[in-house]
Design a protein around this ligand. Sequence first.
Ligand SMILES: Cc1cc2nc3c(=O)[nH]c(=O)nc-3n(C[C@H](O)[C@H](O)[C@H](O)COP(=O)(O)OP(=O)(O)OC[C@H]3O[C@@H](n4cnc5c(N)ncnc54)[C@H](O)[C@@H]3O)c2cc1C
Ligand code: FES
Length: 367
Amino acid sequence: MLQIALGLLALSAFAGFLALCLEAADAYFADYGECRVNINRGEKELVAEGGGNLLSVLTDQRIFIPSACGGRGSCGLCKIKVLEGAGPLLPTETPYLDPEEIANNVRLSCQVKLRNDVKIEIPPELFLIKEYKVRVAGIRDLTPDTKEFRFQLLDPGAISFKAGQYLQVNIPEYEGCDEPVYRAYSIASPESKPEEVTLVVTKVPEGIATTYLHDLLEEGSEITLNGPYGDFYLGESDRDVFMIATGSGLAPIMSLLYKIADEGIQRKTTVIFGDRTRNDLFYIEELEELGQRIPSLEIITTLSRPVEEDRWNGRKGRVTDVLKDRLESGENTEVYVCGNPAMVEAVEKLALESGVPRDRIFYDKYA
Ligand SMILES: Cc1cc2nc3c(=O)[nH]c(=O)nc-3n(C[C@H](O)[C@H](O)[C@H](O)COP(=O)(O)OP(=O)(O)OC[C@H]3O[C@@H](n4cnc5c(N)ncnc54)[C@H](O)[C@@H]3O)c2cc1C
Ligand code: FES
């Protein structure tokens, strides 16, 4: 029995080694020459050197596809349709594609290598996404691991976006990051201030982008952003709104609340903002000010693990505990939820159980 197990182990190690060798040989020796990328049935065509992945080929041509993981196949955002020339579906793609998407030739563009001519289809609105040169106008500590970054737009000098959308930050090469990467960050500032954008970034230990932003980026430095992306924005209706956030998931909620205040939108709005301890909460004053400006707004902050020095007399428990108490019926309700994937999934489940239809639950998972 032990011999069989050892044999299998050796065989899979050998197969893994072989796959690595093939990958390395492909990277160093394969020459695919120039390949044509036909976009949206001939609307646009570009020629690129084969060998790279479709996501970077398109990015090099200033066609920006949403991506939050920098092409590592772990965010599932970079979906496009590849009608011809993609090669077989890879195991790295299948977790992010449902059967309907697979049947419709949807692929993760970061996983599809350009080895020959391809025909692809991308949503026309992605052609509108622009790159913005920005200067860091201010950096502020919000909590021990979360900073606020204010960027002044230089070129172009203003951005048009919908409150709730996100941008991609281009992280340049630095020691520990040997090629530029892109990461997604939600806009926290109001639509009504298009010449400046604010992002809220929580440090991830060893994280490529957050290490750069927290430890290396300085006031006055210039970087590039692109966007805006996403469909996490306020729909036109008069339904009641529940907005739920943990940690930096509060960023797009702030932008949505500024919109509600600026435009005098009269929808009953409940914000549930939670984290572990008092030290993890931020934008409390800003939320109070918004509370003054929006008569129909109720803000509930909750701590899941308050410590003694917090002297916390407010609500205790998770955001889902508060939502369970407050969400009586889903009939006339929209839910906007943002933060870590486990919390977003728990809120989605709860909202569905309470009768909120799936198409009235909007979310961004910060994976
Ligand atoms: C639509 C969208 C909007 C987003 N908006 C924001 C935002 O406004 N503010 C914000 O701070 N983040 C936001 N994120 C997350 C952000 O894009 C990055 O994933 C995050 O900052 C980590 O990047 P990194 O390069 O530092 O870490 P990476 O180098 O990508 O990751 C390093 C390691 O940490 C793990 N990891 C990655 N993210 C997390 C995490 N959040 N918690 C714990 N472990 C993690 C990875 O699996 C990996 O093992 C958003 C994500 C999406 C998809
Ligand atoms: S860019 Fe994240 S999966 Fe492709």
